[in-house]
Write a protein that binds this ligand. Structure first.
Ligand code: SF4
Length: 379
């Protein structure tokens, strides 16, 4: 098959994360549901595009920036109005502080939201750089805005997105990169690094070509990973989880033509999100209680309405999930687990009906972890 669309940093990353997920999104064109953190990032990015989009040496006043922020605000994907209001206020805070800081050193950038298209060995690649500045010596400074609460600065020196921006700007704008910057907006901190050397650029080009080749060969094998599948919108369609959803016809990806159904979907989503928040709170309280019991050497305690007891619990942990999946597949037991999730593999190891050789090999791959568990009952 032909590439369904030019590659981009995010589509290459998605293919690397799970080729099947790439297929659902870009080949089958099934949209993912909106996420609040993408909406938030998009809103703040659009407001900064307005801030730097002026053609005069004077920055727009703060009131205009905030008015624009309100106009470009993307409301999709928030759990409820309270969460949306919280993020909206955080965006206002970021923009007000950004305005205060950068009105003083304001300059018209070389490019804002620079859209690029290039080819590597005939493979088309597209993308957008948040901002490009010209340094006094004529070289370029490339900035990527980050709006997440935390920034993993460990990847600054090797991040493939910055490498791609460097390659795009140097190839298309004909000037050398002097500085690559992750600009963490919540803290207004610039994390800078110098231009990439040839090994990282060559690795990026090779990855572009091999990803395109794999897509053209239609290699869309699912790559199950608990931490990814948990949040994957395509789980009900995914072959790895087919038995869990067997017999259920897929609903249309968007219920926009059916407002009643859409309202029920959102009601259910909000309830699940609230339940998850409550679960996190319960987990925190449980950890606190277990620590307090352990410190005192107790295995049971009473409150006014509940009793808890502390009992040992056992689980298996696996580092190399791919290897575990391979062992299970080779032993013909794949249908029993469907994915190398720890509880399912635990069941397989502990099940006396499982082939003894497989149990032994799985046990060699994992670590048996004993951890205490709280049991709660009302009085
Ligand atoms: S559920 Fe997991 S394996 Fe299936 S498409 Fe999503 S990420 Fe891939």
């Amino acid at each position: 098959m032909k590439l369904p669309r030019p590659l981009s940093h995010s589509s290459i990353s998605l293919y690397g994360e799970c080729p099947q997920k790439y297929k659902f999104k870009y080949v089958d064109k099934i949209p993912e549901k909106p996420r609040h953190f993408f909406s938030f990032g998009q809103s703040v990015h659009s407001a900064l595009e307005f801030f730097y989009g002026v053609k005069t040496p004077e920055p727009p006043p703060l009131a205009d920036l905030l008015k624009n922020y309100q106009e470009v605000w993307v409301a999709a994907g928030y759990r409820d109005e309270a969460q949306e209001a919280e993020y909206f206020a955080e965006g206002k805070r970021i923009l007000a502080e950004f305005h205060r800081k950068h009105s003083r050193d304001f300059h018209v950038p070389y490019f804002v939201e620079y859209a690029y298209n290039f080819e590597v060995d005939g493979v088309p690649v597209t993308g957008r750089v948040d901002r490009v500045d010209k340094l006094p010596d004529g070289r370029l400074r490339v900035l990527d805005y980050k709006t997440g609460k935390k920034l993993a600065t460990g990847r600054l020196e090797s991040d493939a997105q910055l490498t791609m921006y460097q390659y795009a700007c140097e190839t298309l704008l004909g000037a050398e990169i002097g500085e690559l910057v992750f600009y963490h907006l919540p803290t207004l901190k610039e994390h800078r690094t110098t231009r990439r050397g040839a090994p990282l650029v060559d690795a990026l080009k090779a990855r572009i070509v091999t990803t395109a080749e794999s897509i053209e060969k239609e290699l869309f094998e699912p790559k199950p990973d608990e931490s990814v599948c948990r949040w994957c919108d395509y789980k009900p369609l995914c072959p790895v989880f087919k038995d869990q959803y067997a017999g259920r016809p897929a609903a249309p990806a968007r219920a926009s033509g059916e407002p009643e159904l859409a309202a029920l979907v959102d009601k259910y989503g909000a309830a699940v999100a609230a339940a998850e928040a409550a679960r996190e709170e319960a987990d925190r309280a449980g950890r606190e209680l277990a620590d307090a019991l352990r410190k005192k050497g107790y295995v049971r305690a009473f409150g006014a309405g509940f009793e808890v007891s502390l009992s040992p619990s056992v689980r298996w942990e696996f580092l190399d999930k791919k290897k575990v999946l391979k062992l299970i597949k080779e032993a013909g037991a794949y249908e029993k687990v469907l994915a190398p999730s720890a509880p399912l593999v635990h069941k397989l190891i502990e099940d006396p009906a499982t082939d003894a050789a497989l149990r032994e090999r799985l046990a060699e791959e994992g670590e048996r972890v004993e951890s205490p568990e709280l049991k709660l009952r009302p009085l």
